[in-house]
Design a protein around this ligand. Structure first.
Ligand code: ATP
Ligand code: MG
Length: 397
């Protein structure tokens, strides 16, 4: 006896009325992409569920991948048997033996009213069977069981499943358009990327790099962060912008206290160009109110002034500790705290303006031809594709 399939329940999307078909289609497509390496899996769909037939594939590995697919509400490992009491008993026994815990409950739903026993009677018979055959020291707990075995008895077949595993929630990636994520090597922006993906929005990433002031290792760090994010979507395009010349010009022509404001305005300008070129509707970033000088409301409004493109800031109102919690959960934290410096850190002025004035930054920007420098940045941007499956990693295109 072993689990032979996984029953997947769809999430928030079941409430989405006429878009439902589209959503479920996307979700199923994403599930298949996430599980592409398991070539023996077979998929069956009903109105509100997806059945994944395991056919001897490694169930733990499949479960780990499935936990990261947005749009899944929950899923359970399950066994399908004929609606025959002896077969059902064996399946229940197997599940109780293979789940962790010492208290259990059996919860039977009987769709086939012609079956000779009632749901309650079936529960009792199955629990009795478990007690007679188990190697564990078990107790029944009907209120808070550690092991909940659900039995769905239908006319021909019965489905027996273990406890419900919580899915990743959110919407299937790809149903919400595409955002360009400004990805530094820090803690916040990968979390912002994860939260954006969770809303069903696909991402591409843009990273500003300032060689030789920033090293290859800083760049490599960013690519490894992107790779972590590919656990939630199949592939991610990354645009690396050579930012050195523009950054040096900013420091030459702006008062030092305004260099940060001006630099971030330039980043937004370049990012908007790259976004338009790649059909991204919005920018996304890891800004969080008050964290640094450039993230006061005054700074944000002066910086944001360069564009009307919407900017989503998923972590804008979160505490650093809340952000760190998510970073640890998605396994980006340890990479983010590696010490390689990015372009912001290297050019950080001693006293950046926390309440910059628009007219001042505009007057500094009149001092130099930033538009042609922006054009150069856009033209010389290098684009890479990072894939979830290592063999295709970093295909240059
Ligand atoms: P993070 O932890 O994400 O680096 P931060 O708290 O260090 O954020 P800043 O350095 O001011 O804050 O950056 C704010 C946001 O601007 C980042 O979250 C990121 O979205 C974007 N950003 C900063 N530096 C870069 C960069 N070199 N390339 C791309 N985006 C960047
Ligand atoms: Mg940073």
């Amino acid at each position: 006896m072993q689990y032979d399939h996984i029953l997947v329940r769809f999430g928030e999307l079941t409430t989405k009325g006429k878009n439902r078909k589209l959503f479920i289609g996307k979700l199923v497509q994403n599930v298949k992409a996430a599980l592409a390496e398991f070539s023996h899996l077979e998929y069956q769909r009903t109105y509100d569920r997806l059945y994944i037939l395991l056919h001897d594939e490694n169930q733990e590995a499949v479960v780990e991948k499935l936990k990261k697919v947005f749009g899944i509400h929950s899923f359970s490992l399950a066994i399908k048997v004929n609606s025959d009491l002896e077969e059902i008993k064996k399946a229940v026994e197997y599940i109780v033996e293979n789940c962790e815990g010492t208290t259990f409950k059996i919860d039977t739903k009987r769709n086939d009213k012609a079956f000779p026993l009632s749901s309650q009677e079936i529960n009792r018979v199955l629990a009795g069977h478990v007690f007679n055959h188990t190697t564990k020291d078990l107790k029944v707990d009907v209120h808070h069981p550690q092991i909940l075995v659900k039995v769905e008895l239908r006319k021909e077949y019965t489905y027996i499943m273990n406890d419900v595993v919580k899915g990743a929630g959110g919407y299937p990636v790809g149903i919400g358009g595409k955002a360009l994520l400004m990805l530094s090597g820090g803690i916040d922006s990968p979390v912002a990327g994860y939260l954006t993906l969770k809303r069903g929005v696909m991402i591409e990433c843009i990273h500003f790099s300032s060689p030789p002031y920033t090293s290859d290792r800083a760049r490599d760090k960013v690519l490894r962060l992107v790779e972590k994010l590919t656990a939630y979507t199949d592939k991610i395009k990354v645009h690396i912008v050579p930012f050195t010349d523009l950054q040096l010009a900013i420091y030459e022509h702006c008062d030092e206290s305004y260099a940060m404001t001006c630099m971030r305005r330039m980043m937004y300008r370049v990012a908007c160009e790259i976004a338009k070129k790649n059909h991204c509707l919005v920018l996304a970033n890891g800004e969080s109110i008050g964290q640094v000088a450039s993230q006061t409301l005054e700074s944000m409004s002066v910086i944001n002034e360069v564009t009307t493109m919407p900017i989503i800031r998923p972590v804008v109102c979160m505490d650093k500790l809340e952000i760190i919690d998510i970073a640890q959960k998605i396994d980006t934290y340890d990479i983010s705290i590696e010490p390689y410096e990015d372009c912001c850190t290297i050019f950080t002025p001693k006293n950046p303006a926390t309440k910059p004035r628009l007219h001042r930054v505009l007057s500094y920007e009149e001092n130099f031809d930033y538009e042609s420098l922006i054009k150069e940045c856009v033209e010389n941007t290098e684009s890479l594709l990072i894939c979830a499956h290592p063999k295709n990693e970093e295909d240059l295109f």
